[in-house]
Every structure is written in structure tokens, then in C-alpha cells.
Write a protein that binds this ligand. Sequence first.
Ligand SMILES: *[C@@H]1O[C@H](CO)[C@@H](O)[C@H](O)[C@H]1NC(C)=O
Length: 349
Amino acid sequence: MWKRPRKQIELFHAPRICRAGALIFSVSILTIFIILTFKNKRVSIYPSDSQHLKWNSFWSSLQFQPTVEFVNGTDIIWQIPNSPKAVLFLAHGCYGRAANFWDRSPSCQNCVGLPEERLIVLQALHQKYAVLTISSVGSCWSFGDEERRVRRIIQWWVGKHKIEKLPILALGASSGGYFVSAVAKDMKFSSIVLMIAEGLFDSMDVPSDYPPTLFVHMPKDRIRKLRIKRSMESLRNMGVPVDEVECKGFPLTPKFLSDRIPSLDETFSVKLFELFREKGFIDENNYMKSDGRATQWKEAVKEIEPSADDHEWTDHVQEELNLAFGYHEMTSLQMEDIIRWFESHLSVT
Ligand SMILES: *[C@@H]1O[C@H](CO)[C@@H](O)[C@H](O)[C@H]1NC(C)=O
């Protein structure tokens, strides 16, 4: 989560008479520094207080009570809080589905509740956004027909629930990011967030009233970082407001996995951490050496938990390991920035 640098300047050893001047001077320098540093780029830094990483802080007071429906050949899962102030459409990545965004509950027996997806939904509900998730028809999103189909579903759904007057927001990750970038050319979103995706701006006609676009990405993916830079330039040249948030890798802690994954207990989390260290999956500073996909961690876990493959938490752990490495993964750690982006463009519809 990006934090403003702390103002730690040694002002108070100066003689009394100089203090006011020194203060003004320092504040000006600091302000200039902040403006220069963060004007175009908000660098997201690992939240140093581990409270930030705990899933069960105040989000747990919110309940998942989604409604599951089957509409025109695809499933949609949604929840509308009391007095919603906006509608948020969420698009998963390849091999994702709507069920990944919601915890298993009596109203959604097949829901998966992947750790990052569920935290995105919880924070959006907390912000009073009506949340709509739709599954892609194939394993990844496709364009043309599927764009029209999803636009129809969104329009039908907001009409049915009489929330068609609310601003509509969209967030898509990876394949979902490309998809949202394409849907946004014909649908009036008040702003969009493209996560770990540069969008399809090279291959589509971008209308001049294209919605403000925030890119949330992981700079370790250098090729994508360059493509995002190009997308931002071309949107900026058309007068479309753009910004970016970079997400870096961060060190694992013994309780990191249980802090993020509701179904994983603390003892097991500590055991996994020790195992990963023993196997050399993490370096001396507890950073992942590769992402979860490229680490043979599942094989290693079988030594302490022979039935690991059958556990639903393996996907959840993998997601968190990718996130900690900081490479091409869904992330909820930047929701503060994301919500700030949405909120600052709510009135633009
Ligand atoms: C479902 O598909 C039919 C036929 O294409 C279409 O007329 C209808 O609007 C669609 N409904 C929704 C909710 O998208």
C-alpha cells in the first residue's frame, strides 16, 4: 500500500529564531519532493505494519451473502449493499470464474473465495459498491460477442435492481483487464482499473470520452511494464486521465499465509514458512526467490502433508506466493489506491 513518506526532519535543534523559516523551507522541499516523486507514479510499498495484511481485521464484520444466477449461458454472482453508491463489475483472469471472488456460504456452496479476490469484494462492499462478477464463457475472455454479451448483462442487471442511475466502475485483472479495456470503449464506465494488463489500446479505436484508467501492475513483469507505459502515453495523448500503481514483492512472515487465507491455521502457516526456508524457496530476507508457479512448493508440502493436492488451500497459497514475489497476480493490497481512483472519478459520468 502506498504511504506518504513520514515527515522526519531534524528541525528542532535549530536556534529558535530559525525554526519557522526552517520549517517553511523544509516543508516546501518536502512538498516539491513529494510532488516530483509521486506526480505520475504512485509506488506501492509493502505495508510495514502486518495489520494491513490481516484478512480478519474489520472486513470480517461484513458478510458474504451473494446471489448466484445463471444468465444466458454464464453464471453471475452479485451482492448489493444497503444504499449502494456505485456499481463495480469485476473481471477475473484466465481460468478464473465468478465463484473465486466470494467465500463459500449457504447462498453459494460452490464459491471458492480466493484470498485476493475476496478482499477486493469485501473492501468494495465496505465502500458501498454493488459488486457484480460474471464468469467468462471460455477459460479466458474473448472479444466482440462476449463484450456485447457482458454489456447486455450489466445493463439488464442494473435495470432489474433499479440501480441504473449509479456510476458503473470496472476492474479487470490479466485477461479480465484486456476485456475491461475493450468493454469500456462502448460502455459508459465512470472509471476503470486494469490490473497486470496493458489493455487493448493498440488494436482498437479509443473514443475521446474513454473512461479514466488506472493501471495496477507488478514491475517485475518488465515487458508488461513497458507496454503499460505505451498505453498510458497513448491514452494521455488523447486527454484520458491515467495513472499507475506499482506493486512490489515483499518478504514472507511466518503468519503471512494464515493472515491472508481464512482456511489456513496459524500453526500450519508457521510450518509452511519454515519448510519454504529449509527448501531454499525464500532468501535470507524472506523474499520468495521465484513466484509460486515456478517453485516446487507443492511437492515439498507433500512431505509434511501427503494429501496437499486435495486441499482447496493449495490454490490460495499459490496466489499468495505469487503476490509476495510480486509477479502477475491479482492483488487487493492496493485497494486503497484503487478506491481512491474510483472515488475521485465518480462524478464524471
Ligand atoms: C439473453 O440472450 C437473448 C438472445 O440473444 C437476448 O435477447 C437477451 O437480451 C439476453 N439477456 C441478457 C440478460 O443478456
